[in-house]
Design a protein around this ligand. Sequence first.
Ligand code: 5GP
Ligand code: MN
Length: 356
Amino acid sequence: MPLSLPPEKAELGQAFAAVLKPGQRVCLTTHVNPDGDGLGSEVGLVHLLRAQGIDAVITNPSPTPPRFSFLFQDLPGVDRTAEAVKELRRADLIIVLDISDITRLGMLIETVRERRVPVACVDHHVSAGILPAGPRYVDPGAAATGELIFELAKANGWPVTQQVARALYVAILTDTGGFRFSNTRPRTLRVAADLLETGVDPEQIYLEVYARAPEGRPRLLAEALQTLVVEPEYGLAWVTVPPGSIERHGVSSDDLDGVVEFPRSIEGVRMALLFREIAQGRVKVSLRSIGDVDVAAFAKTYGGGGHTKAAGLSLTGTLAEVQATVLRAARAYLGSDGVGSRESGVGSQGEKRSSI
Ligand code: 5GP
Ligand code: MN
Protein backbone atom coordinates (compact mmCIF):
# COMPACT_ATOMS: atom_id res chain seq x y z
CA MET A 1 0.00 0.00 0.00
CA PRO A 2 1.87 3.11 -1.17
CA LEU A 3 1.90 6.15 1.11
CA SER A 4 -1.10 8.43 0.71
CA LEU A 5 -0.65 12.10 1.42
CA PRO A 6 -3.36 13.98 3.39
CA PRO A 7 -4.91 16.76 1.24
CA GLU A 8 -3.53 19.56 3.44
CA LYS A 9 0.01 18.23 3.03
CA ALA A 10 -0.44 17.86 -0.72
CA GLU A 11 -1.52 21.50 -0.85
CA LEU A 12 1.38 22.63 1.30
CA GLY A 13 3.82 20.65 -0.89
CA GLN A 14 2.42 22.23 -4.05
CA ALA A 15 2.57 25.72 -2.54
CA PHE A 16 6.18 25.08 -1.57
CA ALA A 17 7.05 24.04 -5.14
CA ALA A 18 5.37 27.11 -6.65
CA VAL A 19 8.58 29.16 -6.21
CA LEU A 20 10.58 26.64 -8.27
CA LYS A 21 11.03 27.49 -11.94
CA PRO A 22 13.00 25.69 -14.68
CA GLY A 23 16.34 27.39 -15.37
CA GLN A 24 16.73 28.68 -11.81
CA ARG A 25 20.01 28.31 -9.99
CA VAL A 26 19.18 26.84 -6.58
CA CYS A 27 21.56 26.27 -3.67
CA LEU A 28 20.69 23.58 -1.12
CA THR A 29 22.31 23.79 2.29
CA THR A 30 22.10 22.17 5.72
CA HIS A 31 23.56 22.45 9.21
CA VAL A 32 27.24 22.46 10.15
CA ASN A 33 28.72 18.96 10.30
CA PRO A 34 26.09 17.59 7.92
CA ASP A 35 24.63 14.18 8.79
CA GLY A 36 22.95 11.43 6.79
CA ASP A 37 19.57 13.17 6.90
CA GLY A 38 20.90 16.56 5.80
CA LEU A 39 23.01 15.10 2.98
CA GLY A 40 20.53 12.39 1.91
CA SER A 41 17.74 14.99 1.75
CA GLU A 42 19.95 17.32 -0.29
CA VAL A 43 21.00 14.65 -2.77
CA GLY A 44 17.43 13.35 -3.11
CA LEU A 45 16.15 16.88 -3.74
CA VAL A 46 18.96 17.68 -6.21
CA HIS A 47 17.89 14.70 -8.35
CA LEU A 48 14.23 15.70 -8.10
CA LEU A 49 14.92 19.35 -9.01
CA ARG A 50 17.32 18.56 -11.85
CA ALA A 51 14.62 16.34 -13.38
CA GLN A 52 12.42 19.48 -13.38
CA GLY A 53 15.06 21.50 -15.27
CA ILE A 54 16.31 23.34 -12.18
CA ASP A 55 20.04 23.84 -11.79
CA ALA A 56 20.48 22.69 -8.17
CA VAL A 57 23.81 22.47 -6.35
CA ILE A 58 24.81 21.72 -2.76
CA THR A 59 26.56 24.39 -0.70
CA ASN A 60 27.15 23.31 2.89
CA PRO A 61 28.98 25.09 5.71
CA SER A 62 31.20 22.05 6.30
CA PRO A 63 32.57 19.25 4.11
CA THR A 64 30.81 15.99 3.31
CA PRO A 65 32.01 13.16 5.60
CA PRO A 66 33.67 10.38 3.54
CA ARG A 67 31.03 7.77 4.40
CA PHE A 68 28.39 9.78 2.52
CA SER A 69 30.48 10.53 -0.57
CA PHE A 70 28.95 7.49 -2.36
CA LEU A 71 25.76 9.53 -2.67
CA PHE A 72 27.59 11.95 -4.98
CA GLN A 73 29.10 9.36 -7.35
CA ASP A 74 26.50 10.04 -10.03
CA LEU A 75 26.40 13.80 -9.37
CA PRO A 76 29.77 15.16 -10.51
CA GLY A 77 30.29 18.83 -9.64
CA VAL A 78 27.12 19.08 -7.54
CA ASP A 79 28.81 19.28 -4.13
CA ARG A 80 29.95 22.91 -4.33
CA THR A 81 30.67 23.19 -0.60
CA ALA A 82 34.24 24.33 -1.23
CA GLU A 83 32.84 27.38 -3.13
CA ALA A 84 29.69 27.75 -1.02
CA VAL A 85 29.85 31.53 -0.51
CA LYS A 86 30.45 32.22 -4.23
CA GLU A 87 27.63 29.88 -5.24
CA LEU A 88 25.17 31.34 -2.73
CA ARG A 89 25.88 34.82 -4.08
CA ARG A 90 24.63 33.83 -7.54
CA ALA A 91 21.65 31.71 -6.42
CA ASP A 92 18.06 32.62 -7.38
CA LEU A 93 16.74 30.62 -4.44
CA ILE A 94 18.23 29.00 -1.32
CA ILE A 95 16.72 25.87 0.22
CA VAL A 96 17.72 25.09 3.81
CA LEU A 97 17.23 21.46 4.82
CA ASP A 98 17.07 19.77 8.22
CA ILE A 99 17.24 23.03 10.23
CA SER A 100 15.01 26.07 10.59
CA ASP A 101 17.61 28.25 12.21
CA ILE A 102 20.15 30.44 10.45
CA THR A 103 22.55 30.21 13.41
CA ARG A 104 23.24 26.56 12.50
CA LEU A 105 24.67 27.56 9.11
CA GLY A 106 28.17 28.17 10.47
CA MET A 107 30.38 30.14 8.06
CA LEU A 108 27.42 30.74 5.70
CA ILE A 109 25.25 32.69 8.18
CA GLU A 110 26.16 36.15 6.91
CA THR A 111 25.96 35.24 3.21
CA VAL A 112 22.47 33.72 3.60
CA ARG A 113 21.30 36.62 5.77
CA GLU A 114 22.48 39.26 3.30
CA ARG A 115 21.02 37.73 0.13
CA ARG A 116 17.69 39.15 -0.94
CA VAL A 117 16.41 35.90 -2.47
CA PRO A 118 13.72 33.62 -1.00
CA VAL A 119 15.06 31.14 1.55
CA ALA A 120 12.89 28.02 1.51
CA CYS A 121 13.05 25.45 4.30
CA VAL A 122 12.21 21.76 4.73
CA ASP A 123 12.68 20.54 8.29
CA HIS A 124 11.43 18.26 11.07
CA HIS A 125 12.88 19.92 14.17
CA VAL A 126 10.68 21.01 17.07
CA SER A 127 12.82 24.04 17.82
CA ALA A 128 12.00 26.68 15.25
CA GLY A 129 14.56 29.40 14.71
CA ILE A 130 14.91 32.37 12.44
CA LEU A 131 15.43 32.24 8.67
CA PRO A 132 14.92 34.85 5.94
CA ALA A 133 11.44 34.65 4.35
CA GLY A 134 10.48 31.92 1.92
CA PRO A 135 8.22 28.89 1.60
CA ARG A 136 8.21 26.31 4.42
CA TYR A 137 7.53 22.59 4.54
CA VAL A 138 8.05 21.76 8.21
CA ASP A 139 6.65 18.84 10.20
CA PRO A 140 8.19 17.90 13.58
CA GLY A 141 6.21 14.64 13.38
CA ALA A 142 8.43 13.38 10.55
CA ALA A 143 11.26 11.03 11.50
CA ALA A 144 13.63 12.68 9.04
CA THR A 145 13.76 15.56 6.60
CA GLY A 146 14.15 12.83 3.96
CA GLU A 147 10.60 11.71 4.72
CA LEU A 148 9.40 15.25 3.93
CA ILE A 149 11.34 15.38 0.64
CA PHE A 150 9.52 12.17 -0.31
CA GLU A 151 6.20 13.86 0.51
CA LEU A 152 7.15 16.89 -1.61
CA ALA A 153 7.83 14.55 -4.53
CA LYS A 154 4.45 12.86 -4.04
CA ALA A 155 2.60 16.17 -3.67
CA ASN A 156 4.02 17.43 -6.96
CA GLY A 157 4.00 14.22 -8.98
CA TRP A 158 7.80 14.20 -9.27
CA PRO A 159 9.06 10.71 -10.14
CA VAL A 160 11.01 9.05 -7.30
CA THR A 161 13.80 7.29 -9.16
CA GLN A 162 16.16 4.77 -7.61
CA GLN A 163 18.78 7.52 -7.21
CA VAL A 164 16.32 9.67 -5.27
CA ALA A 165 15.17 6.68 -3.22
CA ARG A 166 18.69 5.68 -2.24
CA ALA A 167 19.47 9.14 -0.88
CA LEU A 168 16.18 9.44 1.00
CA TYR A 169 16.61 5.95 2.44
CA VAL A 170 20.00 7.04 3.84
CA ALA A 171 18.28 10.08 5.38
CA ILE A 172 15.60 8.03 7.12
CA LEU A 173 17.89 5.14 8.07
CA THR A 174 20.39 7.41 9.83
CA ASP A 175 17.93 9.73 11.60
CA THR A 176 15.95 6.77 13.02
CA GLY A 177 19.12 5.00 14.18
CA GLY A 178 18.33 2.14 11.80
CA PHE A 179 14.55 2.31 12.46
CA ARG A 180 15.05 1.91 16.23
CA PHE A 181 14.26 5.33 17.70
CA SER A 182 10.86 6.56 18.86
CA ASN A 183 10.53 8.73 15.75
CA THR A 184 10.00 5.55 13.67
CA ARG A 185 6.27 5.71 12.99
CA PRO A 186 4.12 3.50 10.77
CA ARG A 187 4.30 6.30 8.21
CA THR A 188 8.11 6.25 8.30
CA LEU A 189 8.17 2.56 7.45
CA ARG A 190 5.60 3.10 4.68
CA VAL A 191 7.88 5.71 3.11
CA ALA A 192 10.88 3.40 3.55
CA ALA A 193 8.90 0.57 1.93
CA ASP A 194 8.05 2.78 -1.07
CA LEU A 195 11.74 3.66 -1.38
CA LEU A 196 12.75 -0.01 -1.36
CA GLU A 197 10.10 -0.71 -4.04
CA THR A 198 12.25 1.29 -6.47
CA GLY A 199 14.91 -1.43 -6.21
CA VAL A 200 17.20 0.18 -3.65
CA ASP A 201 19.40 -2.42 -1.92
CA PRO A 202 19.20 -1.91 1.89
CA GLU A 203 22.25 -4.05 2.61
CA GLN A 204 24.35 -2.10 0.12
CA ILE A 205 23.32 1.14 1.86
CA TYR A 206 24.01 -0.34 5.29
CA LEU A 207 27.51 -1.34 4.13
CA GLU A 208 28.25 2.10 2.68
CA VAL A 209 27.06 4.02 5.73
CA TYR A 210 28.04 1.76 8.62
CA ALA A 211 30.53 -0.85 7.46
CA ARG A 212 33.27 1.04 5.64
CA ALA A 213 34.68 2.74 8.70
CA PRO A 214 38.30 3.78 8.97
CA GLU A 215 40.15 1.85 11.66
CA GLY A 216 40.27 5.05 13.67
CA ARG A 217 36.51 5.05 14.26
CA PRO A 218 36.37 2.07 16.65
CA ARG A 219 39.65 3.22 18.21
CA LEU A 220 38.16 6.66 18.89
CA LEU A 221 35.05 4.98 20.28
CA ALA A 222 37.19 2.92 22.64
CA GLU A 223 38.92 6.04 23.95
CA ALA A 224 35.68 7.95 24.39
CA LEU A 225 34.02 5.06 26.23
CA GLN A 226 36.91 4.92 28.70
CA THR A 227 35.68 8.26 30.04
CA LEU A 228 32.19 7.01 30.90
CA VAL A 229 30.72 8.37 34.11
CA VAL A 230 27.36 7.21 35.47
CA GLU A 231 25.29 8.86 38.19
CA PRO A 232 22.50 6.36 38.84
CA GLU A 233 20.89 8.60 41.44
CA TYR A 234 20.07 11.10 38.68
CA GLY A 235 19.71 8.71 35.75
CA LEU A 236 22.60 10.58 34.17
CA ALA A 237 25.55 9.23 32.16
CA TRP A 238 28.12 10.95 29.98
CA VAL A 239 31.24 10.45 27.93
CA THR A 240 33.88 12.94 26.88
CA VAL A 241 35.92 12.92 23.71
CA PRO A 242 39.55 13.29 24.82
CA PRO A 243 40.95 16.51 23.28
CA GLY A 244 43.00 15.76 20.18
CA SER A 245 41.77 12.17 19.84
CA ILE A 246 39.82 12.78 16.61
CA GLU A 247 42.93 14.16 14.91
CA ARG A 248 45.17 11.47 16.42
CA HIS A 249 43.02 8.72 14.92
CA GLY A 250 42.80 10.50 11.57
CA VAL A 251 39.00 10.64 11.63
CA SER A 252 36.35 13.37 11.76
CA SER A 253 33.53 14.34 14.12
CA ASP A 254 31.18 12.31 11.91
CA ASP A 255 32.93 9.22 13.28
CA LEU A 256 31.41 10.03 16.69
CA ASP A 257 27.96 9.29 15.31
CA GLY A 258 26.24 6.85 17.69
CA VAL A 259 28.76 7.15 20.54
CA VAL A 260 26.19 8.85 22.80
CA GLU A 261 23.98 5.76 22.42
CA PHE A 262 26.34 3.89 24.74
CA PRO A 263 25.73 6.00 27.85
CA ARG A 264 22.04 6.07 26.86
CA SER A 265 21.96 2.25 26.73
CA ILE A 266 22.65 1.84 30.45
CA GLU A 267 19.74 0.66 32.56
CA GLY A 268 18.18 3.50 34.51
CA VAL A 269 19.79 6.27 32.45
CA ARG A 270 17.33 8.95 31.40
CA MET A 271 19.71 11.54 30.02
CA ALA A 272 22.98 10.80 28.20
CA LEU A 273 25.55 13.36 27.12
CA LEU A 274 28.60 13.51 24.91
CA PHE A 275 31.07 16.37 25.43
CA ARG A 276 33.48 17.40 22.72
CA GLU A 277 35.77 20.38 22.25
CA ILE A 278 34.98 21.79 18.80
CA ALA A 279 37.44 24.66 18.96
CA GLN A 280 39.68 26.25 21.53
CA GLY A 281 37.28 27.43 24.23
CA ARG A 282 34.13 26.07 22.58
CA VAL A 283 32.45 22.81 23.59
CA LYS A 284 29.63 20.92 21.89
CA VAL A 285 27.24 18.79 23.91
CA SER A 286 25.09 16.06 22.36
CA LEU A 287 22.06 15.09 24.43
CA ARG A 288 19.88 11.99 24.28
CA SER A 289 17.05 10.91 26.53
CA ILE A 290 14.82 8.02 27.44
CA GLY A 291 11.19 8.30 28.43
CA ASP A 292 9.65 11.67 29.23
CA VAL A 293 12.82 13.75 29.51
CA ASP A 294 12.72 16.57 26.92
CA VAL A 295 16.32 17.34 25.94
CA ALA A 296 15.26 19.82 23.23
CA ALA A 297 13.78 22.05 25.95
CA PHE A 298 16.93 21.60 28.04
CA ALA A 299 19.19 22.47 25.08
CA LYS A 300 17.09 25.53 24.26
CA THR A 301 17.95 27.15 27.58
CA TYR A 302 21.56 27.24 26.31
CA GLY A 303 20.73 28.40 22.79
CA GLY A 304 20.72 24.87 21.34
CA GLY A 305 17.84 22.72 20.14
CA GLY A 306 16.87 19.57 18.29
CA HIS A 307 14.26 16.94 19.03
CA THR A 308 12.60 15.84 22.27
CA LYS A 309 14.90 12.84 22.62
CA ALA A 310 17.95 13.99 20.62
CA ALA A 311 19.29 17.49 20.89
CA GLY A 312 22.51 19.48 21.02
CA LEU A 313 24.06 22.72 22.16
CA SER A 314 27.42 24.41 22.18
CA LEU A 315 28.89 26.72 24.81
CA THR A 316 31.95 28.87 25.28
CA GLY A 317 34.38 27.67 27.95
CA THR A 318 36.86 24.93 28.65
CA LEU A 319 35.75 21.32 28.61
CA ALA A 320 35.78 21.27 32.42
CA GLU A 321 33.79 24.51 32.71
CA VAL A 322 31.11 23.49 30.24
CA GLN A 323 30.84 20.06 31.84
CA ALA A 324 30.40 21.58 35.29
CA THR A 325 27.70 24.00 34.06
CA VAL A 326 25.74 21.52 31.95
CA LEU A 327 25.93 18.63 34.41
CA ARG A 328 24.78 20.80 37.30
CA ALA A 329 21.82 21.94 35.20
CA ALA A 330 21.11 18.37 34.04
CA ARG A 331 20.96 17.10 37.62
CA ALA A 332 18.55 19.86 38.55
CA TYR A 333 16.49 19.20 35.41
CA LEU A 334 16.22 15.48 36.03
CA GLY A 335 15.41 16.01 39.68
CA SER A 336 12.88 18.73 39.10
CA ASP A 337 10.24 16.70 37.29
CA GLY A 338 9.92 14.28 40.18
CA VAL A 339 10.75 11.13 38.23
CA GLY A 340 14.46 11.42 37.62
CA SER A 341 16.01 11.50 41.03
CA ARG A 342 15.30 8.99 43.74
CA GLU A 343 16.95 11.39 46.17
CA SER A 344 16.80 15.10 46.64
CA GLY A 345 19.78 15.55 44.37
CA VAL A 346 21.92 17.28 46.94
CA GLY A 347 25.31 16.03 48.07
CA SER A 348 26.76 12.50 48.03
CA GLN A 349 27.37 12.47 44.25
CA GLY A 350 31.05 11.86 44.80
CA GLU A 351 30.54 8.46 46.37
CA LYS A 352 27.72 7.39 44.14
CA ARG A 353 29.12 8.16 40.74
CA SER A 354 30.70 5.14 39.14
CA SER A 355 33.38 5.61 36.57
CA ILE A 356 34.38 2.73 34.34
P1 5GP B 1 23.80 15.60 17.46
O1 5GP B 1 23.91 15.52 18.93
O2 5GP B 1 23.69 14.24 16.83
O3 5GP B 1 24.79 16.50 16.81
O4 5GP B 1 22.40 16.30 17.18
C1 5GP B 1 21.18 15.81 17.69
C2 5GP B 1 20.06 16.73 17.24
O5 5GP B 1 20.21 17.99 17.87
C3 5GP B 1 20.02 17.01 15.75
O6 5GP B 1 18.68 17.09 15.36
C4 5GP B 1 20.70 18.33 15.60
O7 5GP B 1 20.23 19.05 14.51
C5 5GP B 1 20.36 19.03 16.91
N1 5GP B 1 21.48 19.87 17.36
C6 5GP B 1 22.75 19.48 17.64
N2 5GP B 1 23.51 20.52 18.02
C7 5GP B 1 22.70 21.61 17.99
C8 5GP B 1 22.91 23.00 18.26
O8 5GP B 1 24.01 23.45 18.62
N3 5GP B 1 21.83 23.82 18.10
C9 5GP B 1 20.60 23.35 17.70
N4 5GP B 1 19.59 24.22 17.57
N5 5GP B 1 20.38 22.05 17.43
C10 5GP B 1 21.40 21.19 17.57
MN1 MN C 1 17.16 15.26 10.61
